[in-house]
Design a protein around this ligand. Structure first.
Ligand SMILES: *[C@@H]1O[C@H](CO)[C@@H](O)[C@H](O)[C@H]1NC(C)=O
Ligand SMILES: *[C@@H]1O[C@H](CO)[C@@H](O)[C@H](O)[C@H]1NC(C)=O
Length: 132
């Protein structure tokens, strides 16, 4: 095969992402709101979670090119961010890249973190592991 083609495909693979994301909620969570700000600077939907409720995992996909040029950020709020100029209470951000699956979790005190990842390269951010 043409070396240039190989090189180009490798570079493209390294500059793209297609990640199946699951957002999970701790059992003892306090009520709040969460939303993602993606690397392309658009926001995902607002997820509301409730104390004492069975907050079901949310599934979606992050897909695009040049995914790690900007961070992907998960923000949590005590006040609905759709209600105006609410500031996030907690955030976790990471520069992500690759093809795989990734679990984000929201902990007891609205603390978002990366719970696990497979096939996803993550750098310059909160990439998980430390929160267990
Ligand atoms: C930004 O990226 C997210 C996640 O891949 C995607 O759902 C959304 O449609 C993208 N927005 C634009 C404007 O491309
Ligand atoms: C969370 O943010 C709201 C304002 O958006 C603020 O009123 C509240 O005190 C914050 N809570 C914590 C625990 O920082």
């Amino acid at each position: 095969m043409n070396l240039l083609v190989v090189f180009f495909s490798l570079s493209l693979a390294a500059l793209a992402c297609d990640i199946k994301v699951t957002l999970k909620f701790n059992q003892k969570i306090k009520s709040g709101f969460a939303r993602f700000k993606f690397f392309n600077e658009t926001y995902g939907p607002v997820y509301e979670y409730r104390e004492g409720a069975n907050n079901l995992p949310q599934h979606f996909r992050i897909k695009g090119l040049f995914c790690n040029m900007k961070p992907t950020i998960l923000e949590t709020y005590e006040v609905d961010p759709r209600s105006g100029d609410a500031k996030p209470n907690k955030t976790t951000q990471a520069f992500i890249e690759g093809f795989g699956v990734m679990d984000y979790q929201i902990g007891d005190m609205h603390t978002p973190y990366v719970a696990s990842k497979i096939g996803v390269f993550c750098g310059f951010g909160d990439c998980g592991v430390s929160h267990g």
